[in-house]
Design a protein. Structure first.
Lengths: 61, 130
């Protein structure tokens, strides 16, 4: 019973150790979506401007 | 007296022809630019319909597949340059970055893209719209 608990503890510690050693690769994949991070109010205003911009520039869109 | 009159007439003619010339220059400089971008738009639209060119998540046109068509490459570049200018205006007006304005436009362009044409989300691959 005691050895089982020790085994459990060892496994647990091992798990933590392993997790601790696993390199966490944080790659910020470019290009970043800046639009999604905008403040909601700004985004609404921007969306309205963009709608006008598309309509007013038929040779570009 | 006659020579004076003639001089006056010549001067008048000169002035009017100068004005006409200026007018012609103004019209001529405006007309080809318009015609050119309409032609560029037509070339790009045809390429989009064929699936050679598509809309990118950054708000610019891109090549879905490599092309050797120089005229098409020039048309894509010209339209992208024009887009950058209007994105810059919108960015200034709304207080966001140039990139954000482009990305916001891409969202709306994706939405209105006809089925069968290609778009490329940010960090994604070319996708055919269904």
């Amino acid at each position: 019973m005691r050895s089982w608990a020790m085994l459990c503890a060892a496994a647990f510690a091992g798990g933590i150790g392993l997790a601790g050693c696993t390199p966490t690769v944080r790659v910020e994949v470019a290009p970043i979506n800046i639009y999604a991070r905008l403040d909601a109010n700004v985004r609404v205003r921007l969306d309205q401007e963009v709608q006008t911009l598309i309509q007013q520039n038929p040779n570009l869109f | 007296m006659i020579s004076k009159l003639r001089n006056g007439t010549v001067a008048g003619l000169l002035i009017s022809s100068l004005a006409l010339g200026l007018g012609t220059v103004a019209v001529m400089s405006a007309a080809p630019a318009m015609a050119q971008s309409a032609a560029e738009k037509a070339a790009v639209d045809a390429a989009k319909a064929k699936g050679d060119v598509g809309e990118q998540g950054d708000g610019y046109l891109g090549f879905v597949k490599p092309s050797t068509d120089q005229a098409l490459a020039a048309a894509v570049a010209a339209i992208n340059a024009g887009r950058m200018a209007v994105y810059r205006d919108t960015a200034m007006k709304t207080g966001v970055s140039l990139e954000a304005a482009g990305q916001a436009t891409a969202q709306q362009l994706f939405a209105r893209l006809p089925p069968g044409q290609y778009f490329k989300p940010l960090n994604g691959d070319w996708t055919r719209k269904t």
